[in-house]
Design a protein around this ligand. Structure first.
Ligand SMILES: Cc1cc2nc3c(=O)[nH]c(=O)nc-3n(C[C@H](O)[C@H](O)[C@H](O)COP(=O)(O)OP(=O)(O)OC[C@H]3O[C@@H](n4cnc5c(N)ncnc54)[C@H](O)[C@@H]3O)c2cc1C
Length: 291
């Protein structure tokens, strides 16, 4: 199995920032994945699976870790009766396409979540009133100590988090879907995508939501808008003028620019609303957000 060294994470993240990963491998089977995890554990090297990099911010200094991108059978998708079986590296868009072709509904909410199903389990990704927990039957989780199938309850799926531990990799998922006419699925997806396009900077380089919604009548986006942060800039990064819970790479941004904006957002939310915002984006490597 080829292991590349010093691979820029900017190439693997949707925001397009981040220094080098010390190692990158692309396992294509559970056996290859297990072997890589065992070897990393023996060397005391951290392992970080990355899907489409659509909710990560990686340190500019780089990350001393073995970064994994799942491919081959670990990104394959098939439908068995009303169960969609997908490798953890399969894109949500491909899963949705296959589900629709089989006239199976329930995964439409993921149409505007640009990630993989493995990343979606880790994040318990969701939108429009649904999330992974609503459709996940079980997931094959691989770690240095071995592999096993975990049911949705055992995965500890809560609002934008799971109970999985660093080093555990979602290698395969089974989603239980329900029969739905293809035309209905197509129409729901078109509607959700239009709503998304109207509200969010879908044509910019971002990592999706910066902060989780707080326990407050205002969402994180509305709160930061009320703090006057739309269009606020640091270096090459800017708080989206369209939706204040997104940070755009306006050209030449570094992760440090995004971190500076996150710190400013946290400071203003605390000062103006008494709220401690918690970040949703996953930080890779030595990054700390003060403020
Ligand atoms: C324009 C835009 C819109 C978005 N809208 C939404 C939305 O509506 N709802 C929402 O929930 N999110 C949204 N996101 C965020 C993001 O798409 C989701 O969090 C997505 O689930 C991340 O998947 P990924 O494969 O890209 O994971 P990554 O971003 O690559 O990784 C995210 C985390 O998951 C871990 N991970 C990745 N793959 C695996 C695996 N196989 N096994 C174990 N851990 C893994 C990573 O280590 C990291 O901690 C949006 C992002 C963008 C850019």
């Amino acid at each position: 199995m080829t292991v590349e060294t010093n691979v820029p994470l900017a190439r693997l993240t949707t925001i397009g920032t981040g220094g080098p990963a010390s190692e990158l491998a692309r396992p294509e089977s559970v056996e290859e994945l297990e072997e890589l995890l065992r070897s990393a554990a023996a060397r005391g090297l951290q392992v970080i699976p990355v899907g489409l990099g659509s909710n990560v911010l990686a340190a500019d200094e780089g990350v001393d870790a073995l970064v994994l991108r799942l491919g081959g059978e670990l990104a394959a998708v098939e439908v068995r009766d009303d169960v969609l079986v997908a490798g953890g590296g399969a894109a949500n868009a491909v899963c949705l396409h296959r589900a629709r072709a089989a006239s199976l509904g329930g995964f439409e909410f993921a149409c505007a979540i640009p990630g993989t199903v493995g990343g979606a389990v880790w994040m318990n990704a969701g939108a429009y009133g649904s999330d992974l927990r609503a459709v996940l039957d079980r997931a094959l989780v691989v770690g240095a100590e071995g592999s096993g199938w975990l049911g949705a309850d055992d995965l500890g799926l809560e609002y934008r988090r799971s109970g999985l531990q660093p080093g555990q990799v979602v290698a395969r998922v089974e989603l239980r879907l329900t029969p739905r006419p293809q035309a209905e699925i197509r129409s729901v997806v078109a509607d959700l995508q239009a709503r998304r396009k109207a509200a969010q900077p879908t044509n910019k380089r971002t990592f999706g939501s910066v902060f989780k919604n707080p326990d407050h009548e205002l969402t994180a986006g509305r709160l930061l808008e009320a703090c006057g942060l739309k269009g606020h800039r640091s270096g090459g990064a800017v708080i989206s003028p369209r939706h204040a819970n997104f940070i755009e790479n306006a050209g030449g941004a570094r992760s440090a620019d995004a971190v500076a904006l996150m710190a400013e957002a946290r400071r203003r939310a605390r000062e103006q609303f008494g709220i401690e915002l918690q970040h949703e984006v996953q930080l890779l490597g030595p990054i700390e957000v003060h403020g």
